[in-house]
Structures are given as C-alpha cells and as structure tokens.
Design a protein around this ligand. Structure first.
Ligand SMILES: *Cc1c(COP(=O)(O)O)cnc(C)c1O
Length: 406
C-alpha cells in the first residue's frame, strides 16, 4: 500500500509523464488505506469525454480539497461566511455581488426567484404559487434558447414566453415580465446577440439573466457577461472552474444577490431551502475561483492541443478513419477530437467503440453523444481537457487497438 501511495504521489507531482499504465493513474487509495470505489464495485475511468455531470464533470483543484478539509474542522456562522465569500468572489470576478449556490441550476432558480420576489417576505414564502399575489409571472426567452435547464427557471412557477426577434421581444414585455433569460451557448442560434439582449433589459428596466454554466474557459468569460450589462450570470462550479461538483456561482447586481440569498438556505420556508451549500463548498468555491484566475491558460491550451493531436494522429494512422480537431464556439471551448469512419469500410458502430472502451482495462469514457448505428458514417467525440498526465497516450493506443481489431 505504502509503495503504491508513494508511486502515485511521485507521479502526480510530475507534470507530464507518458506511457504509464493508466490503471495506476485512475486508481487511488485513501489515507485510511481503503479503496472505496473498489469496495463498492464502482469502476473509475479515464475521462476522454469532458465535463459531463453524469461522468462527474471535473476534478477539484488540490487547493480546493485542502480548503474543504480546513473548513471541515471548525464551526462558523454560516451567514457570515456566505457574506464574506460572496464579497471576495464579487471582487475577483468584477461584479457588485456574488453568492455560492448548490450548482448553476440552483442559481437559475434562486436568481429568477430574486427577480420575482425582491425582498418581500410574504412573496418569498409564497413562491412558486404566483397567482393572485401581484408577483411577476413570466420570463421571456428566445425560442432557440429553450433548453433542459430552463426547468430550473420554471421551478419558480413562471411561464416561458418565446420570442425570436427584437420587435417580438419588446412587444412581449409587460408588467408580468420577471426576467429576460439568455442561454450563452445558444447565442449563434438566436437572432438577438448577448450584447443586444443585455441592452434591451436596461432599456426596459427588466433584469437579464445569462446562463454561462459551461462557458469557462476562456477566463475572460467570467466577467464578460457582467461587462455586457447582464443583471445576473451563473457558472457551474464543478465544470471548468474545478470547484466542488455540487456548487456554482451566481454573480451580478447587489440587490438581486441579496434577494437571492433571502430565497436560499439556510432560510427555512423558501424555494431554495433544499439547495443547501455547506461551509466546505463555500470556501472551496472561493478557492476554485482564485485558482482559475491564477492558472496559466496559455500553457493549458497548448497541452490540450498537444493531446488532441496525439489522439487525432494515432487513429488517423488507421486507413479509412478520418479525424479532425475542432473547438466548439462558446460552451466547452476547448480542442476536441472528432473521429469518423464509413461503416461500409470498417464494420464497427460508434456505440460498439464506446462499449469496448468502457469495458476494457483501463476503462475509458468518450463523449456521450454519438451517431445512431444505422448511419452510414459513424462518429465519436473525444474530449482531452479532463485527462490526467500520462492518460492521453493510453487512450490513443487503446482507440487504435479497438479500431484495428474490427
Ligand atoms: C451544466 C449546466 C447547468 C447546470 O449546472 P450545475 O452546476 O450542474 O447545476 C446549467 N446550465 C447549463 C448550460 C449547463 O451546461
């Protein structure tokens, strides 16, 4: 056990070690000597996918884990900590106010609730039962921005009003409008840009809310939407930021952050009481933001490009396979590998590749979506930014082997 631990420790202190046995990379033993995942029969895998929630997204910075450990040993007044961490994070990202939430989805609920109830104690108790109270009951959104996460907005009891053009949006605004909601990744799909959207909110004096949960990196996006004039912005804590997976950030106008806090735990009889954030996550998220701002983003980007090239080159050495490196424009804006082949020349479906990688040793998970088996062209995606040192070479080799065997 000790030898193995030393080995792991030595290894994690080396920046880039290639050619290591990856099962050693993904298995670890706790200081108590227990291997919990092994005991439970849950298999760790190499993350060749990205920051997918169901795949546990990203790994926390060691500094975040240290902060969590630190905070776990003492009692503090939770609201004082909430205030102080919010103040520090607001300074770091350049917004009036900030709060730690239990994820970006919780921030969508709390931020929207804040725009509906303000600081009205009676309304805070009544939400999501809006009828007959005088509370605002509608959120305006571009049709192309509708998404699964808007359920977190609808939790507040509001109705989504879909629009497509600036004219339609202005016509839809009424005394019932609580917020104008914007999904950052959908910007290219809509007719109204982020900048125009924020300006429309200002013009009509209605809060605008940007969901930027998955837009980090680049670093500047942490303050971009606030600078554009959005009233509220959320980021997921457990994706690019590498904070606790069940934490997130809500940043923006001070009065709205105060109202969101009133709608949140530890306050009872609120819409947010079930969205509890503990002291460990609060300090952990603060440190995650600090680390995120301190990291060398250019060096990180170069390393991701190198990894993408290792995968792309390795599989492209197999005739009939085409690979390309692309960078999604807004969300998950990182070098990513797309691998394609013709089913007629290579008798293998994307799902078969996924299964073989998942069930091999070490287990590897690639990006969740892939082409249906009936398609003539089969396609898979490989994300490289959540891989650990030494893993990319293992993934490249395994992928080549899987494909060659077919
Ligand atoms: C992941 C995600 C969320 C939810 O974030 P959590 O931190 O997991 O709650 C919300 N919106 C978008 C666009 C996301 O990608």
């Amino acid at each position: 056990m000790t030898n193995r631990r030393n080995f792991l420790h030595t290894m994690s202190s080396l920046p880039l070690v290639s050619g290591l046995v990856a099962s050693e990379v993904v298995e670890a033993v706790a200081p108590t000597g227990r291997d919990y995942f092994k005991e439970l029969g849950v298999r760790p895998f190499i993350n060749a996918a990205g920051t997918f929630t169901a795949l546990t997204a990203s790994l926390m910075w060691p500094e975040v884990v240290a902060a969590i450990n630190y905070a776990s040993k003492m009692f503090v007044p939770l609201n004082d900590l909430h205030d102080a961490v919010g103040k520090r994070v607001a300074e770091l990202v350049g917004s009036e106010g900030a709060m730690i939430t239990s994820g970006a989805a919780a921030a969508l609920t709390l931020g929207t609730a804040a725009c509906i109830t303000g600081k009205n104690a009676d309304w805070i108790r009544r939400i999501p039962d809006l009828a007959g109270t005088g509370m605002k009951s509608e959120v305006i959104i571009q049709k192309s921005h509708r998404y699964g996460y808007d359920h977190a907005v609808r939790n507040c009891g509001i109705k989504m009003i879909e629009v497509e053009t600036v004219e339609e949006l202005e016509r839809a605004i009424s005394e019932r409008t609580a917020t104008l909601h914007f999904f950052c990744d959908a910007e290219p799909r809509g007719q109204i840009t982020a900048e125009q959207f924020a300006a429309l909110g200002k013009k009509h004096n209605i809060p605008t809310f940007a969901d930027g949960a998955d837009v980090l990196p680049p670093t500047e996006n942490l303050s971009k939407y606030i600078k554009q004039g959005f009233s509220l912005v959320t980021f997921s804590g457990g994706k690019g930021l590498r904070g606790p997976q069940s934490a997130g950030l809500l940043i923006g106008r001070k009065d709205l952050i105060e109202a969101a806090r009133m709608n949140a735990s530890p306050n009872g009889d609120t819409i947010g009481r079930g969205m509890k954030v503990n002291k460990e996550e609060m300090v952990g998220m603060m440190v995650a933001v600090e680390m995120y701002l301190k990291r060398d983003d250019k060096a990180e980007w170069k390393e991701w490009e190198r990894r993408a090239k290792v995968i792309a080159d390795c599989v492209a050495a197999v005739p009939t396979i085409k690979s390309e490196i692309f960078v999604p424009p807004i969300a998950n804006h990182v070098p990513t590998v797309r691998i394609k082949w013709d089913k007629a020349t290579l008798n293998l479906t994307a799902e078969q590749v996924r299964k073989l990688l998942r069930e091999g040793k070490p287990a590897i998970e690639i990006a969740p979506s892939s082409s249906p088996a009936r398609n003539a062209t089969q396609e898979i995606g490989v994300g490289v930014w959540q891989m650990q040192p030494g893993e990319v070479e293992v993934v490249a080799k395994r992928m080549k082997d899987v494909i060659k065997k077919a």
